[in-house]
Design a protein around this ligand. Structure first.
Ligand code: AP5
Ligand code: MG
Length: 232
């Protein structure tokens, strides 16, 4: 039976889940599983001319409104994804679970497979989130994340790694960000208590006021204490 580790990065939109997952995946040798990225990939394909993926088109509309996609679709995506070979040594969940129903399903999967799990709760002030998301830029080719204020590319609007022109996410407009925060408050925030009651260790980490690398080091130290030095 496997004892591979799982790190759940939990927090509101813009709290830095994607940034931290990208910094930690190589250091910890764990796969990065982002339900948001997986859904965006599906939406790109569904929007292509001639696509008959009606579910993908429906997902696009939900994401643009700031709401959550169905538990059924997301649960199935994650159950399949954690069985891929790159997740065999452990995985980082970014943006999942996001409802109590998702947390309940995940709890069964993790306990059934005896996967050691730690939850990191990235706490960030909502005013900081709104400012951050309006300045977020992303590379459409390699996925690198930037911020026009805190972490800007060397050449404005151009990816440092592959020279692609950076894009703004469709759901980073302020009115959509406010809807995403509402969805977080009503559907996602209760997940933390659910995970606590299920017995998972939760580390609270201050997600603002410090550079991403400093936050990543704190998370890494907590995880290594929890999982043991074998992964160092
Ligand atoms: P998803 O893609 O998961 O978006 P999210 O949770 O709203 O979070 P973000 O990606 O916006 O923020 P983040 O926490 O990753 O922060 P980041 O590192 O980018 O989901 C999108 C949509 O998909 C959902 O709305 C929903 O419709 C659907 N969906 C996804 N999962 C689902 C699920 N499980 N169930 C149902 N529906 C689902 O950082 C943000 C910015 O801040 C960047 O510019 C970054 O450079 C900057 N930054 C990061 N850290 C710092 C720092 N320490 N200091 C200064 N700036 C920083
Ligand atoms: Mg993200």
């Amino acid at each position: 039976m496997t004892t591979r580790p799982c790190l759940i990065l939990f927090g509101p939109p813009g709290s830095g889940k994607g940034t931290q997952a990208k910094l930690l995946r190589d250091k910890l040798g764990m796969a990065h599983i982002s339900t948001g990225d997986m859904l965006r990939e599906r939406v790109v394909l569904a929007k292509q001319e001639g696509s008959t993926d009606e579910l993908g088109k429906a997902v696009a509309a939900i994401m643009q409104s700031g709401g959550l996609v169905s538990d059924e679709l997301v649960n199935k995506m994650v159950e399949d994804r954690i069985e891929q070979p790159d997740a065999a040594n452990g995985f980082i969940l970014d943006g999942y679970p996001r409802t109590v129903a998702q947390a309940q399903l995940l709890d069964c999967v993790l306990k059934g497979k005896k996967i050691r799990t730690v939850v990191v709760y990235l706490k960030v002030d909502y005013n900081v989130i709104i400012a951050r998301l309006s300045g977020r830029r992303q590379c459409p080719t390699c996925g690198a994340l930037y911020s026009v204020s805190a972490n800007s590319p060397v050449v404005s609007e151009v990816c440092d790694y592959d020279g692609s022109k950076l894009i703004v996410r469709d759901d980073d407009r302020e009115e959509v960000v406010l809807q995403r925060l509402k969805a977080y408050e009503s559907q996602t925030a209760p997940v933390l208590d659910c995970l606590k009651s299920a017995g998972y260790r939760i580390f609270d980490v201050q997600g603002d006021l410090r550079p991403p690398q400093v936050i990543a080091r704190e998370i890494e130290e907590s995880i290594q204490r929890e999982f043991g030095t074998a992964r160092a």
